[in-house]
Design a protein around this ligand. Sequence first.
Ligand code: 9UX
Length: 72
Amino acid sequence: VKDRIVLEIGGMTCAACSQNVEKVLKRLKGVSSASVNITTGRAHVEYNSSLVSIDEIRKAVDGIGYSASLPA
Ligand code: 9UX
């Protein structure tokens, strides 16, 4: 089953930041695609919820110095 989530990423100040976030997301087991838009500050993630949780996804982003939260 493929799930999708949109996360609001905090702390991105340059275009390379979005690449950093994308990379760490794609490295997660269970994440099949990740795309981060520096302009909107949002990440679109496709993942398998039986392999990885939203919390794990958020923690991975947190772990490289950015924040990830559910859009208000
Ligand atoms: Mo965007 Mo950079 O961080 O060291 S300001 S990649």
